[in-house]
Design a protein. Structure first.
Length: 410
């Protein structure tokens, strides 16, 4: 890459190389804003690859379609027709088993389960198509570079890259995850808190069909969730206290399968095989605003929480679609895309959705791991079971933004 020091700034500098950064690049491309994406793809460890998958709901799937990524994703995406929740907390006042089915809200499926690498590859493929079509396109994408420093000035934001070159944008979009240096450069504060939990991930093959139903078994240490990858293969997100998660991950395949069969209590029948395991430490984070000082936060740079109810990436993709709307409108009106006016409008528009998800997941998690909210949870589940109206309301709230759908998700 050539040094960009002497060139005009890009409209946008995207820092990061996760699914949210790549979706943002594609959204800007479609909206006609110029960008430079600088990031480092997550390192894959040969003996324990990242086997995370994302259950993406309707709005996210519509965004993938708008961005042109869906044809690459669809052959490898597993439809989800229902989410089942089983209370295994062993408490006196237990919640009844719940099935949240697509039919309850008059649709064919709730969403699709997609492996993270499939999403990353799909976004890269769509970005390449346009770059190939127009060799003079000024946008640039570098997925192998570390950003070592970010400097904010009155006229723009400059990223210094590990190769010694720099890039400047009128706005920087922080898609560099929880420990975002872009967020820090804009002096945006975050509140963080720990849960004494970790998530163990793996894929496994099982005898019985999962019937395209995702099942969450709620134990007092957190949920153990199995999400369909195909009829007889599922992905696993097993939340436990960190020591127990590490202990489980270290078991050999035979002993791990025994432990998993015990946890699933026969739900998917005998387990035939399992992949390597990887453990993700869990914590929560929320920024005190979602844009300031020429920097906008998207994805986990602005909010992070435990993987319960498949909320994280769905929320991050709503950030992407919303920011694309704000920047495109600003551009159309001839405004500076990094101005306080544009940033404040974006931050305000995302606040309710982000606060509700972050604290909602936190409260739900706390209701499992102890405390007075456990009783409330049981009561809420009884009410949901008794009333289709309450169930529909909860399902729609879990899958839709608070506020309007951004235009790319309609
Ligand atoms: C076990 C598990 C299961 C989950 N399941 C679901 C689910 O079913 N549904 C759902 O919606 N969400 C789910 N999530 C949440 C989802 O995985 C995250 O929301 C999503 O990965 C966040 O994406 P991101 O792009 O914001 O951040 P990240 O994926 O963290 O990406 C940040 C990127 O920035 C790069 N980067 C950081 N700093 C720099 C730097 N200085 N220079 C260059 N590059 C840099 C990193 O290398 C990385 O590529 C799950 C999470 C976990 C842990």
């Amino acid at each position: 890459m050539m040094n960009n020091d002497k060139m005009d700034p890009f409209d946008c500098l995207i820092v990061g190389a996760g699914p949210v950064a790549l979706a943002m690049a594609k959204a800007l491309q479609l909206r006609g804003l110029t960008y430079s994406l600088c990031g480092e793809l997550p390192h894959q460890r040969p003996n324990s690859p990242d086997l995370r998958t994302a259950a993406l709901f309707d709005g996210s799937v519509r965004l993938l379609k708008t961005l042109g990524a869906w044809p690459y994703v669809e052959p490898l995406a597993a439809p989800l027709v229902a989410i089942r929740i089983i209370d295994a907390t062993g408490r006196l006042f237990r919640a009844p088993e719940q099935l949240f089915a697509a039919a309850d809200i008059d649709t064919c499926q709730l969403g699709f389960n997609i492996p993270n690498p499939v999403l990353i590859d799909a976004f890269q493929a769509t970005l390449k198509t346009i770059a190939d079509a127009n060799k003079n396109h000024p946008d640039e994408i570098n997925l192998t570079v570390k950003v070592t420093a970010i400097n904010v000035s009155d006229s723009g934001v400059t990223a210094t890259l590990a190769d010694g070159t720099s890039r400047m944008g009128r706005i920087a979009i922080a898609a560099d995850g929880r420990n975002s240096i872009t967020r820090a450069a804009a002096s945006i504060n975050v509140r963080t808190w720990n849960h004494n939990q970790a998530a163990l991930t793996a894929h496994f093959d099982h005898e019985f069909s999962n019937q395209a139903i995702s099942t969450e078994i709620h134990a007092a240490t957190g949920p153990c969730t199995v999400v369909p990858l195909s009829a007889n293969r599922s992905s696993l997100v097993w939340m436990e206290q960190p020591d127990r998660a590490a202990e489980l991950a270290d078991l050999n395949d035979t002993h791990f399968i025994e432990a998993l069969e015990f946890r699933l209590a026969g739900l998917l029948g005998p387990i035939r095989s399992v992949t390597s395991r990887r453990v993700f430490p869990l914590s929560s984070l929320i920024a005190d605003r979602f844009a300031a000082n020429r920097v906008a936060l998207i994805g986990e740079s602005g909010h992070a929480f435990p993987p319960i109810g498949a909320q994280g990436l769905n929320l991050g993709l709503r950030d992407v679609a919303s920011l694309a709307d704000h920047l495109a409108e600003a551009r159309l009106a001839g405004k500076d895309v990094g101005s306080d006016e544009v940033l404040n409008a974006y931050s305000t528009s995302r606040s309710a959705d982000i606060l509700a998800r972050t604290y909602g997941v936190d409260a739900f998690n706390a209701s499992l791991t102890g405390g007075p909210t456990g009783m409330l949870r049981g009561a809420a589940f009884h009410a949901t079971k008794a009333s289709p109206g309450v169930k529909r309301f909860l399902m729609e709230r879990g899958m839709q933004p608070i506020g309007e759908w951004p235009s790319m998700m309609r």
